[in-house]
Design a protein around this ligand. Structure first.
Ligand code: NAD
Ligand code: TYD
Length: 349
């Protein structure tokens, strides 16, 4: 079936993988990629599909209500897959309002515009909101986040994403707007901006620079290969139940310190360095304010209801990721020039 699908944030990390998958797998869909190209957005990430006949890039900001309204009027989107967001916890600690503006107001602008253009006829329409496990807060040593875990966001980033999830559900309840929300664990893979743990540390290991581990390094995250997240979004978009929530995760928990040691070992192998060379770069630095101790997702609903499971092991996914960063030095050079240097200096001194 042909349809107009708006994907927001398609020049970012996860969004670019979703764009590629949809443009390639669904030639009958017209895919619109709406992205403001902030520091995190990069058209290089989607250059392989840029000329596809079913793909259109639109540069614009979801904070701009007039722009959003006119875009929806022009294209009468059948579906929205919403990924555009400010996404880095450390930046949210420095500038929380930027997160409210994009993640909460921007999401509300999209919801309103979608509701208005549907004009009460929601047949075959869907607003798919891509969210995070961080809305659930922080776990102790045991337990997993399920779809019914109460929201308890702890960082400004998590609070802004929680607020956006609430807005989506409120539009569903109040206006009967058809929606689905998925909450995913930490992603890793190609095209990841080197401010997050894995790409930052890969880049630093390449450059033999310090690896700044926050606090005691015993914080735990549940890691998922980005292409598996994109596959899950595809499946949920097509087969998920309207009004439902799906948790997505890799059942793959690592403390930061264990993960960094694995990364160092794999990088030493790939770079032909003596084992133990990269681990010497580890440096324990001041902890992140309000640092969530542990995230872990129970993704069994997605597995049972829709048959999804991760396609790669963590070691396979990490190896692919490292290869990508080794082969794409130009991409890394481009994104780490200019403003990145100021950010790095302010963050890590
Ligand atoms: P990202 O920071 O790499 O990319 C965000 C994209 O959104 C960029 O291309 C940016 O230019 C665009 N954008 C930002 N503000 C915008 C605005 N006001 N208007 C239009 N475009 C704007 O983020 P990501 O890691 O790819 O995350 C994508 C989504 O997935 C986010 O909603 C995030 O909360 C969610 N998520 C991320 C992870 C993760 O591990 N990265 C995990 C779970 C959920
Ligand atoms: P990050 O990739 O920023 O994702 P999130 O905070 O959304 O989980 O961080 C992953 C973990 O790594 C988190 O516990 C913070 C830690 N971390 C460091 O120890 N040093 C760093 O320089 C960064 C960026 C993160």
């Amino acid at each position: 079936m042909s349809k107009n699908v708006l994907i927001t944030g398609g020049a970012g990390f996860i969004g670019s993988h979703v764009i590629r998958l949809f443009v390639k797998n669904y030639p009958k869909y017209q895919i619109f990629n709406l992205d403001a190209l902030t520091y995190a957005g990069n058209l290089e990430n989607v250059k392989d599909v840029a000329e596809a006949p079913n793909y259109t890039f639109v540069r614009g900001n979801i904070k701009d209500v007039n722009f959003v309204n006119s875009l929806f009027k022009k294209h009468s989107f059948d579906s929205v897959i919403h990924l555009a967001a400010e996404s880095h916890v450390d930046r949210s600690i420095k500038d929380p309002n930027a997160f409210i503006e994009t993640n909460v107001i921007g999401t509300s602008n999209l919801l309103n515009a979608f509701r208005n253009t549907c004009n009460g006829n929601f047949e075959n329409k869907l607003f798919y909101h891509v969210s995070t496990d961080e809305v659930y807060g922080s776990l102790g040593k045991t337990g997993l986040f399920t779809e019914s875990t109460a929201y308890d966001p702890q960082s400004p980033y998590a609070a802004s994403k929680a607020a956006s999830d609430h807005m989506v559900r409120a539009f569903g309840n109040t206006y009967h707007l058809p929606f689905i929300i998925s909450n995913c664990s930490n992603n890793y893979g190609a095209n990841h901006f080197p401010e997050k743990l894995i790409p930052l540390f890969i880049n630093n290991i390449k450059n033999s620079a310090t690896l700044p581990v926050y606090g005691d390094g015993q914080y735990t995250r549940d890691w998922l290969f980005v292409e598996d997240h994109a596959r899950a979004i595809d499946l949920i978009f097509h087969k998920g139940k309207v009004g439902d929530t799906y948790n997505i995760g890799g059942f793959n928990e690592w403390t930061n310190l264990d993960l960094v040691h694995l990364l160092c070992k794999l990088m030493d192998e790939k770079l032909g360095r003596k084992q133990g060379t990269s681990a010497k770069l580890i440096s324990f630095v001041k902890d992140r304010a309000g640092h969530d101790r542990r995230y872990a997702i129970d993704a069994s609903k997605l597995n049972k209801e829709l048959g999804w499971e991760p396609s790669v092991t963590f070691e396979e996914g990490l190896a692919k990721t490292i290869d990508w960063y080794i082969e794409n030095q130009e991409w890394l050079d481009n994104v780490t020039s200019g403003a990145y240097k100021d950010y790095y200096e302010k963050m890590y001194g």
